[in-house]
Design a binder for this molecule. Structure first.
Ligand SMILES: *[C@@H]1O[C@H](CO)[C@@H](O)[C@H](O)[C@H]1NC(C)=O
Ligand SMILES: *[C@@H]1O[C@H](CO)[C@@H](O)[C@H](O)[C@H]1NC(C)=O
Length: 346
């Protein structure tokens, strides 16, 4: 490892020793801008979390590519992160196991005391340098499974589970200085000025919600809604707290992104970082089961088991706003308050 520059984490100098587990020294290939690493978010998983960050590579070995619930013929051999791009966008990486039997890999990997996922690469840092000092850094987090939550506290009203879960933060830098940070949450998210979010040293703190892994800037309970389904406030909640600390930088791939060619280049020049998986446009989990499948339940038109998500390339990596362009207003929040108080946040 001596050929990588070792940089100490400023956070450990600033925060009281009791506040955080001791952070490890990070490793990153040469060429990743220092500020992208220095300001990288730290993630608190929920104390009761059952579905942990997961090895991106293992998702491929634990699934088979299917289209319309049928295995795809003549797939690349081996099918791995270097050959995933040979699959079409209609493909669903479908669990080899019955997920209702809770196979161990769905639960992700245990973190060590420093917040590292050992022997598992669970995150990807993607840097879009737009020139003139304007850089958007995406911190992509991977979980093998998303547990969707329950409605109104009724255990049988449980939906929105899916295999595969990509979440992210994006930090917008201007000449190496962080300006704004985006937190992905369900179909949308929240943007804040960097200066107002909670930090450990320089690094923004992120609260990953129980099961759904939606990313919040503050801990506690967050109401959230489902698109096209109006539920009274409090009926569907995300729970966050200072459970286990995850430092995604300790087990991450690093890439630069070029919008003109929609292309990714690993910073690591040794050839050990896979890149072709970023060009896979299909889904990272099972297709929504039909209601004829015994496992499926539909309540209010919402499936208990939904389809898996698309990957990092589908997160609008060349966005003009801090928020993705999705028809919703992009509020750049200047004070740290719960989302419900949205009108106060401008
Ligand atoms: C957290 O998620 C687990 C399933 O992963 C669930 O059993 C538990 O009830 C959830 N806790 C809260 C507070 O929602
Ligand atoms: C990327 O974004 C920049 C700035 O918003 C824009 O000028 C450029 O045309 C975009 N590139 C592509 C390929 O869309």
């Amino acid at each position: 490892m001596h050929f990588f520059p070792l940089l100490s984490v400023a956070a450990t100098l600033v925060v009281p020793a009791t506040a955080l587990p001791k952070l490890q020294q990070r490793q990153a290939p040469t060429g990743v801008p220092d500020y992208v690493l220095n300001y990288a978010p730290l993630v608190y998983l929920y104390s009761g979390e059952q579905y942990f960050p997961s090895d991106i590579r293992a998702q491929v070995s634990n699934t088979i590519p299917e289209i319309n619930f049928s295995p795809v013929a003549n797939v690349a051999n081996p099918l791995d992160l270097n050959s995933l791009n040979t699959l079409s966008q209609d493909v669903y990486l479908t669990s080899k196991d019955d997920i209702t039997k809770s196979p161990a890999w769905l639960r992700g990997v245990k973190l060590d005391g420093s917040g590292k996922t050992n022997n598992a690469v669970t995150a990807a840092v993607i840097v879009n340098d737009k020139g003139s000092g304007n850089v958007d850094a995406f911190y992509m987090y991977f979980y093998a499974y998303n547990w969707g939550g329950i409605v109104a506290g009724i255990k049988s009203l449980q939906f929105g589970n899916h295999v595969g879960d990509w979440e992210h933060n994006m930090i917008r830098f201007s000449s190496g200085v962080p300006q704004y940070i985006w937190y992905s949450q369900h179909s949308n998210g929240e943007a804040f000025k960097y200066s107002v979010v909670e930090k450990s040293g320089l690094r923004p703190i992120v609260y990953s919600a129980n099961g759904s892994h939606a990313n919040y800037a503050i801990s506690g309970t967050h109401d959230h809604t489902i698109p096209n389904l109006n539920l009274p406030a409090g009926f569907l909640e995300d729970h966050t707290d200072k459970g286990t600390l995850w430092d995604p930088l300790l087990s991450s791939y690093h890439y630069s992104y070029t919008p003109s060619g929609n292309s990714f280049t690993p910073y690591d020049t040794t050839g050990t970082t896979p890149v072709n998986w970023l060009y896979f446009n299909g889904r990272w989990g099972d297709q929504e089961y039909p209601t004829s499948d015994k496992r499926q339940v539909k309540v209010f038109g919402q499936a208990k088991y939904a389809s898996g998500p698309t990957g990092p390339a589908d997160k609008q990596l060349n966005r003009s706003n801090v928020c993705p362009d999705n028809g919703q207003e992009c509020i750049l929040r200047t004070i740290l308050v719960p989302k419900d108080l949205g009108e106060l946040e401008r």
